[in-house]
Write a protein that binds this ligand. Structure first.
Ligand SMILES: Cc1cc2nc3c(=O)[nH]c(=O)nc-3n(C[C@H](O)[C@H](O)[C@H](O)COP(=O)(O)OP(=O)(O)OC[C@H]3O[C@@H](n4cnc5c(N)ncnc54)[C@H](O)[C@@H]3O)c2cc1C
Length: 289
């Protein structure tokens, strides 16, 4: 339970952190909240020779609307999302997500950027960010690169981030009027990773017809999954119960779960179907308010 030895570096600026990443190469890892990296080091699943702690870099922690986007800074903690009046009132899907991650101690340290950068399909934010059509802002040697979330998750624990890039911001388009979203997760006990979870974000027109739908799935495949067939099916339709149930069926068909200690694959697919129906129903209810 004691991690292997490592050198600890604490840059004061983003350019300094990027220069260290460039200089030290694959032997170095960014340390944010440490809530995934340190447990992996203790289990000897990660053995970085250098930890580059970015926690003292100023100006990276914020939640604000600007230029048509919700902007979440690269060092924003889960606890900040939970307590943000803006998130509670306008982005309930993010509030749903943040509050079911781990426990308060973990949420006080863990960052949203780290939750995405870790590339773990069991993490909760990826599905929500897929449903919201987020963009990941990565800063590297050659400046800033904006990565659409649909291109961010490459394979298990692998993202589109280059070795010398740091996630400095997450951007979410401000949802139009009559939008709503929800995140539903089943966990074996409070604080556990999801057996399965579903994020759904819906925009309706004035007549109650679906204009836009986003659906993301947690922990039912090697990467977080965007249920595109279910999204396409919903667009242009009135969202009655039968339509939502059909979309939920399509979402469950997009899941690629494996059997593990949380249950057999068929059980997880059935779970996705029910959670998708519940998340979509709540999203429609919230969009109508
Ligand atoms: C007991 C426990 C229970 C948990 N339960 C859940 C859960 O239910 N749901 C859930 O989603 N998560 C859960 N987690 C995991 C944890 O919440 C997330 O993975 C965490 O948010 C990662 O963020 P961090 O800031 O702690 O990242 P770190 O642990 O510091 O880093 C994780 C990885 O991302 C990289 N990284 C971090 N920040 C950046 C950045 N800005 N730019 C580039 N790379 C970066 C690091 O180099 C490392 O590879 C749990 C963790 C614990 C300890």
């Amino acid at each position: 339970m004691i991690p292997p030895t490592f050198d600890y570096l604490r840059p004061a600026t983003i350019p300094e952190a990027i220069a260290l990443l460039q200089q030290l190469g694959d032997d170095a890892k960014i340390l944010s909240g440490g809530q995934s990296l340190i447990p992996m080091m203790k289990l000897r699943l990660a053995r970085p020779a250098y930890l580059i702690d970015i926690n003292r870099i100023a100006g990276l922690s914020y939640v604000k609307e600007e230029g048509g986007h919700l902007k979440i800074g690269g060092l924003t903690r889960e606890a900040e999302l939970e307590s943000s009046p803006l998130i509670r009132s306008k982005y309930p899907i993010i509030h749903d997500t943040a509050r079911v991650i781990a426990d308060p101690q973990v949420r006080n340290m863990a960052t949203v950027a780290g939750n995405l950068a870790h590339g773990d399909p069991a993490n909760d934010h990826p599905a929500t960010m897929l449903a919201l059509g987020a963009k990941v802002v990565a800063t590297g040697l050659s400046g800033v690169r904006v990565i659409p979330i649909g291109e961010f998750f490459v394979s298990l624990f692998t993202t589109a981030l280059a070795q010398n890039e740091i996630v400095t911001e997450i951007q979410i388009p401000v949802p139009p009027a009559r939008s709503g979203g929800a995140y539903f997760k089943l966990e074996r006990k409070v604080g556990d990773f999801a057996t399965a979870a579903v994020a759904a974000q819906i925009t309706l027109d004035a007549g109650g017809v679906c204009q836009q739908a986003g659906i993301g799935l947690t922990n039912v495949g090697p990467t977080p999954i965007k249920a595109t067939k279910a999204e396409d099916f919903l667009r242009g339709k009135k969202l009655d119960e039968a339509t939502l149930r059909q979309a939920a069926q399509l979402a469950s068909e997009a899941a690629q779960p494996s059997a593990d200690l949380r249950g057999p694959a068929e059980y997880k697919k059935a779970l996705v179907k029910e959670l998708a129906f519940r998340a979509l129903s709540r999203a429609v209810e919230r969009a109508g308010k």
